[in-house]
Design a binder for this molecule. Structure first.
Ligand SMILES: *Cc1c(COP(=O)(O)O)cnc(C)c1O
Length: 234
């Protein structure tokens, strides 16, 4: 299948899930996760109407962004775990960081964005399944509170919501309770109205389970394989 055909089919599946959930199609954005993909493939997704792209390695993107510089309204988000020493490059290259998982990283991104005179949208990544091998802050951790409390002084960062990768289950239904938990956590945080924190975005759902994520309240689904095919390993 071509990238264009895959994008069309995913958009249909998103629309169907939106209808089932009684939600508005405007509430869900499709992000194409273009990590490991060459610029030509990314351009195909753009030509098929995708405007939001996710990448997970700073080292990988500089060359790609150069090759795709003409796609002016394409928006790039960092979705991978970030070492603090990559914060400056990330702030320069990306529009948003969807994988903020520590106060230290948030502070570095804020300082870097300030120096560049720009604002960065951020999501807090939650390790909802409590998996030791995954990044993200635990839902009930001091690390999450620290980030929320720091938001007013991190003025170059715009806190928009939460992101997560659920524990893998063969049956996509296995992810549903985790999606629901993230939405409940979002609602709980939003109800406390923390200053300088918006909780309007929930980034959840990938190739395998995005329809379920939409039923559970996702506002952004991050789809890689189902658009571009299997990634080369290694
Ligand atoms: C790779 C990746 C995705 C996309 O995964 P697919 O299963 O290929 O759709 C989504 N989110 C994150 C954080 C990723 O690293």
């Amino acid at each position: 299948m071509s990238v264009a055909a895959n994008v069309a089919s995913i958009k249909e599946r998103i629309a169907a899930a939106v209808r089932r959930a009684g939600r508005s199609p405007d509430d869900i954005t499709l992000m194409a996760v273009s990590k490991t993909q060459p610029p030509e493939r990314i351009r195909e997704a753009y030509n098929a109407g995708v405007r939001l792209f996710g990448e997970n390695r700073v080292q990988e993107v500089a060359g790609k962004f150069d090759a795709l510089r003409d796609l002016r309204d394409a928006e790039w988000h960092m979705i991978g775990h970030l070492q603090t020493n990559k914060a400056a490059n990330t702030a320069e290259l990306f529009r948003a960081v969807d994988s903020v998982d520590s106060l230290k990283l948030a502070e570095k991104l804020d300082a870097a964005a300030r120096a560049l005179g720009k604002r960065l949208d951020v999501l807090i990544e939650i390790n909802i399944g409590g998996e030791p091998a995954k990044s993200g802050v635990a839902p009930d951790s001091p690390a999450l509170d620290e980030l929320l409390v720091a938001a007013p002084r991190l003025q170059a960062l715009v806190f928009r919501g939460l992101m997560m990768v659920p524990p893998f289950t063969d049956d996509p239904e296995g992810a549903r309770p985790y999606f629901r938990k993230l939405r409940e956590l979002r609602d709980m945080i939003a109800s406390r109205k923390p200053p300088a924190v918006a909780m309007d975005q929930l980034s959840m759902g990938m190739s395998h389970d995005f329809e379920i994520a939409i039923e559970e309240g996702s506002t952004c689904v991050r789809v890689g394989t189902a658009i571009f095919g299997e990634r080369a390993r290694g």
